[in-house]
Design a protein. Structure first.
Length: 750
């Protein structure tokens, strides 16, 4: 190699190395979304708005890359601050600002996915519907996935004019107009955060619901009267929301099933500014302390404005899994209805049996041979267990021995071209509409009868007829606590009993966009204007609707007063006369499953007494948690507050006494009850206890001589001897007019 070529090689290597280093150094830093809390008192007076101040702060950090806007939202009501796309270096700079209070990277959350008004006792001629004029004049703000405005549930027939205090708007899409009316009075979109997280360049600027979730929850809360609603004929009747006279405003925060904190904050901020009376959220984020919880923080601001906030408890099912559990939020679990969807089978010996089914067609299976496998493997209907030549065109019965799920069994039946299936299983299924062929699920008690017939009749076993699309009412026991409903103790603060209450959340029929697939039939997607959905997502809007009714009857009641009325009048006994069943364990439920019990709207209209909590009460509670000044500023949006009465004994309608090995065996509580019933009332105490606990209350009589008079009482809960890990009791006040003001007591012994 010549000297010249040698130096050229060295120079090329150095240039390549420098080019590589330059590429590494010039690679842009990763931008993420952060929620930034600021001290409002630090805003210079030269800035007329928060947003211009926030824009200036961001411009001082650096220029945005790729021409993208750094600022996502400025917040005025739910917190003092903003959300923005920032790098770690920019976050470090922000933390040095004298206005900085707190900053955290935003988290991604999820949605918690016609007979229910009657099941809850709502009737046209009397009670809460009649007294509230169906919620007339009340505005419910839904924080959800959008809404389908053309659904009949949002027609404006019979609706009063839009309240003059309403400040919201109907946001049109760039491609499609979005019609609002006197029922659906507002719709706006807040999806910048979730789009930024997905790095999506295709804006979703329409309030339309392409998932179905928001349409379903909105029509559950306040849908108008729609006759002839059903899902493929099941539950055919009049669909209506819980507060059909109330107005609906949609704040869309999800375009793909997930949600971002920045979007939810912006939606709640706007809902407060627009003037909603009730706010409903069927969604949630991971468990964090209250001062880091965007829903808790925003809800506290809403409560300060007198807005009732209701949230889903979550669908995680197991203990210690409740979401949205701040004590100013009404947290709702899910219960079942007394309605079931059935099919019947009549055998060759004229025995007729009834089981679960939601097969979407009125198909008749008539005079068909019944096949029951020759061995355990065939009888299990597991993958590959059956032979086409044996079962083609027949009704096949399958045992459930745990080796295959019902859906796997039906898939096997479809593979071998069976005409229909009879499946033996005791489990409750909420998605049986997804079965591929006509199928009937029988309990094991009925399974024994059909099994006996199939064995005795052998090759002559037959099915005379199977009938589908049948709806039955009065199912027992009901309600039950749904197996998926999240349960306490609360993972963030076990001293507060959560959920607060349960409401219908299983197989709830409500509106859905016609473009959304309700179920599949073979290779076809089937749509419907109304569909059954299950989840605490469905139970929360039931409570939002009832809160709207109560707000119409008692406009002077605070959010805490409404929650108290709902809790103290809830019931804990099912239509069999026994304690509500926990589907998760098949045992009797407890307040950790259902809180105060199942919602009872008509009773809640006249609770007699209420446990009220004002703004300072929540401040004292937060002070008692030991939060530092930075954390208090983040959640209160204030630079000054009083902790003179700090303590965690909130004036709540339930009691949780926690004991540990080194703690005293007595817990003391103080409560204040406000009379919202008759001027002259005398309430007598009744306590209920279980093994391992004693409850003492002083005084044992509360006498009221005027409406809104307050009376204080003290409760002492003692753990006795070798108490079990959990014990339950009740404190009840009963007057001469049969008002029963019931509060659950839970003892947690660690």
């Amino acid at each position: 190699m010549s000297v010249c070529n040698y130096y050229i090689s060295i120079l090329s290597f150095i240039l390549a190395l420098l080019f590589g280093i330059n590429n590494v150094l010039s690679k842009p830093e990763e931008y993420k979304t952060y929620i930034v809390h600021l001290d409002h008192s630090q805003k210079p007076s030269s800035f007329l708005t928060h947003e211009t101040w926030h824009q200036t702060i961001l411009k001082s950090l650096s220029k945005p890359v790729h021409g993208k806007e750094m600022l996502l939202y400025s917040y005025n009501h739910v917190m003092n601050g903003f959300s923005a796309r920032l790098t770690l270096a920019q976050v470090s700079k922000l933390k040095k600002s004298p206005a900085h209070i707190a900053i955290h990277e935003e988290k991604i959350g999820k949605l918690f996915t016609t007979h229910s008004p009657q099941f809850m006792g709502l009737r046209h001629s009397s009670g809460l519907w009649n007294a509230s004029s169906y919620g007339e004049g009340v505005i419910i703000g839904m924080i959800d996935s959008g809404v389908w405005p053309e659904s009949e549930s949002f027609n404006e027939k019979g609706m009063p004019p839009i309240p003059t205090r309403w400040k919201g708007k109907c946001q049109n899409s760039t491609t499609n107009p979005f019609p609002c009316n006197r029922k659906l009075i507002g719709a706006q979109v807040f999806v910048k955060g979730i789009q930024a997280a997905d790095e999506s360049d295709s804006p979703d600027d329409s309030p339309r619901d392409f998932l179905g979730h928001g349409t379903h929850t909105s029509s559950t809360a306040a849908g108008n009267h729609v006759p002839g609603a059903s899902q493929f004929g099941y539950a055919n009747g009049v669909a209506r929301g819980i507060a059909p006279g109330a107005h609906v405003a949609m704040y869309k925060v999800s375009s793909g099933g997930f949600i971002a904190e920045s979007d939810v904050l912006a939606a709640m901020d706007q809902a407060i500014a627009d003037g909603v009376d009730v706010m409903s959220l069927s969604l949630g984020f991971d468990h964090v302390p209250y001062f880091q919880d965007v829903i808790a923080t925003a809800s506290l601001s809403a409560i300060e404005k007198g807005i009732f906030v209701v949230c889903s408890a979550g669908n995680d099912g197991a203990p210690n899994t409740t979401f949205n559990s701040a004590p100013w939020i009404t947290t709702v679990g899910a219960g079942t209805l007394d309605r079931s969807f059935i099919a019947t089978v009549t055998l060759g010996n004229d025995l007729t049996l009834e089981g679960q089914s939601k097969f979407p067609d009125r198909v008749l299976v008539v005079d068909t041979l019944l096949y029951y496998g020759k061995g355990d493997f065939e009888k299990s209907c597991s993958d590959g267990a059956l032979n086409v030549s044996e079962v083609f065109g027949k009704v096949v019965m399958c045992d459930n021995n745990g080796s295959s799920t019902i859906f796997e069994q039906v898939r096997e039946l479809a593979r071998v071209e069976a005409l229909a299936g009879i499946l033996i299983a005791d489990e409750t299924l909420y998605n049986i509409d997804e079965l591929e062929i006509p199928s009937l699920i029988l309990p094991s008690s009925s399974g024994a009868l059909i099994r006996k017939y199939a064995i005795e009749a052998a090759d002559d076993a037959s099915v005379k007829i199977m009938r589908f699309v049948l709806t039955s009412f009065g199912t027992k026991p009901a309600p039950q606590v749904a197996f998926f409903s999240s349960r306490g103790p609360d993972p963030v603060n076990p001293n507060i009993l959560k959920p607060d209450i349960i409401a219908p959340g299983v197989e709830v029929l409500a509106a859905i966009p016609p473009i959304v697939s309700v179920e599949q039939f073979g290779n076809y997607d089937l749509g419907s204007d109304y569909a059954f959905l299950s989840g605490t997502s469905m139970s929360a809007p039931h409570v939002a609707g009832v809160a709207a009714l109560l707000k119409a009857v008692h406009p002077e009641w605070s959010p805490a007063a409404i929650r108290s009325a709902l809790m103290t009048t809830a019931y804990t006994v099912d239509n069999n006369g026994t304690t509500l069943t926990n589907q998760f364990t098949s045992l009797s439920g407890t307040p950790l499953d259902y809180g105060a019990g199942h919602i009872n709207p008509n009773k809640a209209m006249d609770p007699g007494l209420i446990y009220d909590i004002d703004w300072q009460g929540y401040v004292d509670f937060l002070c008692g948690l030991g939060y530092n000044d930075t954390e208090m500023k983040a959640i209160l949006r204030q630079s000054k507050w009083s902790c003179s009465q700090k303590g965690t004994d909130l004036n709540y309608p339930s009691f949780v006494a926690m004991f540990s090995a080194d703690s005293p065996n007595v817990k003391n509580f103080t409560r204040v009850l406000t009379n919202v019933g008759d001027d002259q009332s005398v309430y007598q105490l009744i306590t209920e206890t279980s093994q391992g606990m004693t409850i003492k209350v002083e005084p044992t009589t509360l006498t009221f001589t005027s409406k809104y008079q307050k009376q204080k009482f003290a409760v002492s809960v003692q753990m006795n001897g070798k108490a079990p890990p959990v014990a339950y009791g009740y404190v009840k006040w009963i007057d001469q007019n049969n008002h029963i003001v019931a509060s659950p007591v839970v003892v947690l012994n660690s």
